[in-house]
Design a binder for this molecule. Structure first.
Ligand code: ADP
Ligand code: ADP
Length: 221
């Protein structure tokens, strides 16, 4: 699903964020990405999302060499990748339903299809009864579940989550992880960046560990 070969990223400031990174993640895996702040986790995610380009090396996602994906094709490429953020980035001027419908509207789905898919995603995160609510009225854990429903409503092959439990207490974090596990069981590939060592240990999955821009363990090569 994802293969990095000799990937380095140096920002325009001269800062090296990743140095000759090699790893692969198979389709259907659920992998944690960990390392101290500044280790390169976000940069790695941004290279997968094509928000940044590598300085050298090759990033292959879903069998596509991302080097060959041109600017005009990026929006289409991203439709098959769901993204979950720590601060969930929900829109508070519209309902839960409309927040989740947004990516489908952008992708040009028919209304009937949108309704069916949004409700299926809401059902999966246990929030079907909140579809008409404004997300601002929901708890932090519920808001994060709306963010997850939005990330998976397109049924992407790959989901990237950057510190998805960063603002949540341990019980809610465990709930979110169980959701991710369920999506993984449906065949989604998940990459979850987190500092939460306790959480990682409980999940018992592969851990890709970055230190100062290098993979120090879990690269699977
Ligand atoms: P993490 O997500 O593990 O905290 P990042 O990928 O955000 O790590 O950062 C890796 C390194 O690259 C850090 O030294 C950071 O300061 C630097 N960095 C990140 N983004 C930029 C940028 N846009 N411009 C310059 N340096 C950056
Ligand atoms: P199709 O894409 O073949 O039309 P549906 O959208 O009707 O299929 O969904 C088929 C199955 O997948 C249903 O059991 C539905 O609950 C489930 N499903 C739909 N959307 C999602 C989603 N975003 N995440 C996980 N499961 C979903």
């Amino acid at each position: 699903m994802i293969r990095f070969s000799g990937v380095s990223k140096r920002y325009a400031t001269g800062q090296d964020a990743l140095s000759r990174v090699d790893f692969h993640i198979d389709r259907g895996e659920m992998v944690f990405l960990t390392g101290h702040s500044g280790a390169g986790k976000s940069t790695l995610m941004k290279l997968i999302m094509l928000m940044e380009r590598p300085t050298s090396g090759q990033v292959v996602v879903g069998g596509r060499n991302t080097e060959r994906i041109r600017a005009k094709q990026i929006a289409h490429y991203r439709r098959d990748i769901g993204v979950v953020f720590q601060n969930h980035q929900l829109l508070f001027d519209r309902s839960v339903f409309d927040n989740i419908a947004l990516p489908l509207q952008v992708a040009g789905f028919q209304n009937a299809d949108i309704g069916r898919r949004v409700r299926a995603a809401l059902d999966k995160v246990g929030l079907l009864h909140k579809e008409r609510h404004n997300p601002i009225t929901l708890s932090g854990g519920e808001q994060q579940r709306v963010g997850i429903a939005r990330a998976v409503v397109n049924k992407p092959a790959l989901v990237l989550a950057d510190e998805p439990t960063g603002n949540l207490d341990p019980e809610l974090s465990a709930e979110i992880m169980n959701l991710f596990r369920q999506f993984n069981e449906l065949g989604m590939t998940l990459v979850i960046a987190t500092h939460d060592i306790d959480l990682i240990e409980r999940m018992n999955r592969r851990v890709l560990h970055l230190e100062q821009g290098r993979v120090v363990s879990g690269g699977g090569l």
